[in-house]
Design a protein around this ligand. Structure first.
Ligand code: HEC
Length: 219
């Protein structure tokens, strides 16, 4: 009776093992192509994160980037515009209007140019934010406009361009004030406190490490 019981147990164990084996082979087959798909998904996730980071950057006001902008780099950026725009004073109209003095100028600032209604009816002036959004994506900023330009996505590139444009003017505007970031000083204080707290802990760890090392070396 005992050996019969054992046979039964071994039988069940074998059956279970075969079932597990079979299942793993089956799932292996099913998921084999899915494996690369899983990797693809992970990469996609990283891209989404990167995009989110980019979006977070865009939310930062352009003023922060203008403060460190480089007009020489902006002149290089302007090559993207030069196919359609002149920038010299009294420069010719191309596919787009001349842009001398555009920072702070009225929308549709060149009298004879055949602007779209989107620009003509906008009203107001081209301030830093308007120009930044326009150059980032003309289509998003003013749907229905007729400037076929995809946009410059990096805020620092746009800021470089804008300080360059601002310099091509009879009366350049002062740079906008960088909004104070309330977080910065608040984040500094706890960091200091944490550092002085962490110092003794790090010392303890350092003494614990050498004590372990010789024990391993006995062979
Ligand atoms: C493919 C040609 C083309 C390119 C490239 C281009 N633009 Fe334009 N731009 C136009 C046209 C056309 C208009 C008029 C748009 C309308 O009326 O809807 C315009 C209008 C503008 C205006 C409005 C001017 C006003 O008087 O209100 C600004 C500012 C401007 N462009 C800046 C730029 C900058 C800066 C760049 C480079 C980053 C650039 N554009 C690149 C064709 C272009």
């Amino acid at each position: 009776m005992d050996s019969y019981e054992w046979n039964k147990i071994i039988g069940w164990v074998l059956a279970a093992a075969i079932a597990v084996l079979g299942l793993s082979i089956l799932t292996g087959l099913v998921y084999a192509p899915g494996h690369s798909e899983t990797k693809g998904y992970v990469v996609e996730g990283v891209e989404i994160e990167a995009e989110a980071g980019g979006a977070a950057e865009v939310v930062q006001p352009i003023a922060a980037f203008l403060a460190t902008a480089n007009p020489a780099k902006g002149e290089a950026q302007f090559k993207k515009c030069a196919a359609c725009h002149t920038i010299n004073k009294g420069g010719a109209t191309g596919q787009g209007p001349n842009l001398y003095g555009i920072v702070g100028a009225k929308f549709a600032h060149i009298a004879g140019f055949a602007y779209s209604d989107a620009i003509k009816n906008h009203g107001g002036t081209w301030g830093w934010d308007e120009l930044s959004h326009w150059v980032e994506s003309p289509r998003k900023f003013l749907p229905g406009n007729k400037m076929s330009f995809a946009g410059i996505s990096k805020p620092q590139d746009r800021a470089d361009l804008l300080v360059y444009l601002n310099a091509q003017s009879d009366s350049p505007l002062p740079l906008p004030a960088v909004p104070a970031v309330a977080e910065a000083p608040a984040a500094e204080a706890p960091a200091d406190a944490a550092a002085s707290d962490a110092a003794p802990a790090a010392g303890e760890q350092a003494t614990a490490v050498p004590a372990e090392a010789p024990a391993e070396a006995t062979n």
